[in-house]
Design a protein around this ligand. Structure first.
Ligand code: GAL
Length: 775
């Protein structure tokens, strides 16, 4: 990672010993943000572990100022080296707070183990990188306090998914760079802390539906608890129950008017819980939920009683340059890409619980979620398996109020384990949440043991169609709800699908994804299919190339490949009319054009094709190849006399109306450089960031994958560049992205300038202030 670094002097001038009162109020990273939270981003000191580094008086001269979320090592977009993060590290945060108050710190995710010290005293340790933990902070001093976190990122840790004693991180199909990589907060604790509220909708499809509440307080009280259920700013119902102790369960009735949560109308409810003794309010907590009924049956999946073919992808959480350490807005953007751009109705969080911001966005966008415990392919020793149970408990209690989550993956992905072990993880999930099925993705769908009590959905990673063989799926297993949780990846077809690979390879990936969803759509017994995968990711395992897996329908920058067009074209043309050629309109590698039967992915009824505005006829539907896809692609013959480079125009019609017209230039001399931010406005709170796509495009905006040369980037203004200062288009295929992150502070303007020797200069302007919409 390059870009402006915070100097030690700048850090001190900016108020290194940040007052707690000055931290930004309200963390979007907490499951239930309360008034007691303060997001910690700026002004941590960071370095390699040294003896005494957690002591109050440790000499910090050699530590570097950093911001959270943070990754311990600089990374590029590929070629990650696990040796660079496999070590112990120290983070130190100075703060002042009132000794009269009680405080807690919360960490949403630290890879992989953490030991937390306050003023040199060890307070807590935590194992595992994918779930939150909280630490009570007793003994706050008057004046300066230092919270020190020793982070252990070594593979040798006996915690899922690591496997000490194995050959190393490349035995798993994803790398896990260390760091405090999710939000962290310190907050004053209210007098009565409501530690948990589980709001479980009951009888959702009946007008007599209710909400079953389980409220847990930290300490016993005598008083009453009120729950108010609100939707779109209006109270729908409320109920009050007496409490004599630290837990209370009660039901809220009168919810006949509630708008159900659905993939196309993700109506949410707030449940505002208040604890009172007499007229005095002792504490409270607000959680969000949604009323929906999700049923996996041997005859398919039903949402609110309506059959829904689950259409989706797997998502890994890794980003270029930052590892997992991207702020909430960036996490949310992945959910937007999946739901809005790729029309997915479901995502599998492979292979660990993902950020709360991502799941919040799934709730808001109507994207169903499969969530699973950390692990991949192997099971460790007894201590490791005990961690599985902690992970089940941590995952279910963190996420059981999310209406988007419809399955708990309580088995380790593709790992046999023992029947007893999985019976226990399944039982634990059921005890903590009786409303959702448990499952686990299997590498074999045939063993009798897989019909066990822990598997309410038979979920199969279907790689039946290996390289070269015609694509097929295993038939569903009779009598059990059946879901395809993975397919294709890099096991079907080619070893890598990059923009630098030949167009035919990229088109092959698109054909495979289309075929897989077509086959799943053909048979009602498939609940659906979640293909492998959404985004490329760093990995040193089988069929990786230079430390990356190129299995995504989008690359690691989240830029679409042709296979993404399969997904983009399955939505309604009324929402977004899509015309996306599966080929390139570029005569460098193909002097006669893409040839006969070139594919165009589209949701239009009819496509009219023109060369230099002269009609060349209508594209032919490929319905016969994909009988069950809502919107099969088209084929068109595009053979161009050598030496000519006509302009291509494709007009798309739906319902007899022209709904989209796109042009593609064959003339590379008019190509330009694009530099486009996802968000033009951000918050200057240190916890916000946005992606900027930098791409070579034809003059109509289509990426020119064959572009080479490097792009240099400079950022001016109060913020930092999360990205390489030089991008090699020859390696990324003419397009890449960086992220821009404003500093916490006064409003300002950030300008990213990109320069390419041939294509010239392009800029992106981002304003940072208080105005940016909350991500
Ligand atoms: C599966 C595995 C995935 C991914 C995929 C590779 O076996 O569950 O995590 O590694 O293979 O295409």
């Amino acid at each position: 990672m390059t870009g402006p670094r915070l100097s030690r002097r700048g850090f001190l001038a900016a108020g290194g010993a940040a007052l707690l009162g000055a931290v930004v109020a309200g963390s979007s990273g907490l499951a239930a943000p309360g008034p007691e939270t303060g997001l910690l981003t700026d002004f941590w000191l960071f370095g390699r572990y040294a003896d005494g580094c957690a002591d109050a008086a440790f000499d910090e001269t050699d530590l570097d100022p950093v911001r959270l979320p943070h990754c311990v090592t600089p990374l590029s977009w590929t070629g990650w080296n696990p040796a660079s993060w496999q070590d112990r590290w120290i983070y130190r945060k100075h703060f002042t707070a009132s000794p009269a108050q009680r405080y807690r710190a919360r960490f949403d995710g630290v890879l992989t183990n953490a030991a937390v010290y306050l003023n040199g005293t060890l307070l807590a340790t935590h194992q595992g990188g994918y779930l939150p933990f909280e630490v009570e902070l007793p003994g706050i001093a008057d004046g300066d306090n230092v919270l020190a976190v020793v982070v252990d990122g070594r593979w040798a840790l006996d915690v899922p998914p690591n496997l000490p004693g194995s050959a190393g991180p490349a035995v798993l199909d994803f790398y896990q760079p260390a760091g405090i990589y999710r939000p962290a907060t310190i907050g004053a604790v209210p007098r009565i802390r409501v530690t948990d509220v589980f709001a479980r909708p009951v009888d959702v499809l009946s007008p007599g539906r209710s909400l079953h509440l389980t409220c847990t307080l930290e300490a016993p009280v005598v008083g009453e608890v009120t729950a108010s259920v609100r939707q779109a700013g209006r109270e729908l119902a409320r109920a009050t129950a007496p409490i004599h102790g630290s837990t209370v369960e009660f039901d809220v009735h009168g919810l006949g008017d509630v708008r159900l949560w659905d993939v196309d109308d993700p109506a949410l409810c707030d449940v505002v819980v208040t604890v009172r003794a007499g007229t005095a309010v002792l504490g409270g907590r607000t959680v969000r939920t949604g009323f929906r009924e999700a049923r996996f049956t041997p005859d398919g999946f039903f949402l609110n009683g309506r059959r829904l073919k689950l259409f989706g992808l797997n998502r890994h959480q890794w980003y270029p340059f930052a590892g997992g350490a991207m702020p909430d807005r960036v996490q949310r953007r992945d959910a937007e890409i999946l739901r809005r751009e790729l029309n997915c109705t479901m995502v599998r969080c492979s292979h660990y619980p993902q950020s709360s911001a991502f799941l919040d966005a799934c709730d808001e966008l109507g994207l169903l979620v499969w969530e699973e415990i950390p692990g991949w392919g192997h099971v460790g020793d007894a201590a490791w398996q005990r961690s599985n149970l902690q992970d089940v408990a941590g995952m279910v209690t963190r996420d059981r109020n999310h209406p988007s989550v419809v399955v708990w993956g309580t088995r380790v992905n593709e790992a046999d384990g023992t029947t007893a072990m999985y019976a226990e993880t399944g039982r634990l999930a059921k005890r903590l949440d009786p409303s959702r099925p448990t499952s686990g993705a299997l590498a074999s769908a045939t063993g009798a043991r897989y019909a066990g009590a822990d598997v309410e959905i038979l979920a199969y990673n279907d790689y039946t169609a290996r390289r070269g063989a015609p694509f097929r799926l295993r038939p569903p297993r009779a009598g059990v709800p059946y879901l395809v949780t993975e397919t294709i990846g890099t096991l079907a077809g080619a070893r890598a699908y990059r923009r630098t690979d030949p167009p035919a390879t990229r088109q092959l990936q698109a054909e495979l994804h289309a075929k897989a969803h077509d086959l799943a759509a053909a048979d009602d017994r498939y609940c659906g299919l979640l293909a492998w995968c959404a985004f490329d990711y760093p990995s040193g395992w089988q069929r990786s190339v230079g430390g990356s897996k190129y299995a995504g329908v989008s690359d690691i920058f989240r830029i679409a490949k042709p296979a993404a067009a399969v997904y983009a074209s399955q939505g309604s043309p009324d929402v977004r009319a899509v015309v996306e050629p599966g080929f390139e309109w570029d005569f460098t590698a193909q002097p006669s054009g893409p040839g006969r039967g070139a594919t165009i992915w589209s949701n239009c009824d009819r496509l009219a094709v023109f060369l230099d505005d002269r009609p060349v006829g209508e594209a032919r539907s490929r319905r016969a190849d994909f009988p069950h896809l809502p919107h099969p692609p088209f084929a068109v013959d595009l053979v161009v006399p050598r030496g000519q480079r006509p302009q291509l125009r494709i007009d798309g019609y739906a319902g007899g109306r022209l709904v989209v017209s796109r042009r593609f230039s064959g003339d590379r001399s008019r190509d330009v450089l694009a530099c486009v931010p996802d968000d033009p406005e951000l918050r200057a709170d240190g916890g916000d960031a946005t992606r900027v796509v930098v791409a070579a495009t034809d003059r109509f905006g289509t990426i020119r994958a064959g572009t080479t040369g490097s792009v240099s980037l400079t950022l001016t203004g109060p913020g930092e560049l999360i990205g390489d200062a030089v991008l090699d288009f020859g390696a990324t295929g003419g397009a890449a992205a960086v992220w821009v992150r404003p500093f916490a502070g006064p409003p300002g303007t950030l300008v990213l300038t990109a320069r390419h020797d041939v294509l010239g200069t392009a800029t992106a302007t981002i304003t940072a202030g208080s105005g940016g919409t909350r991500s």
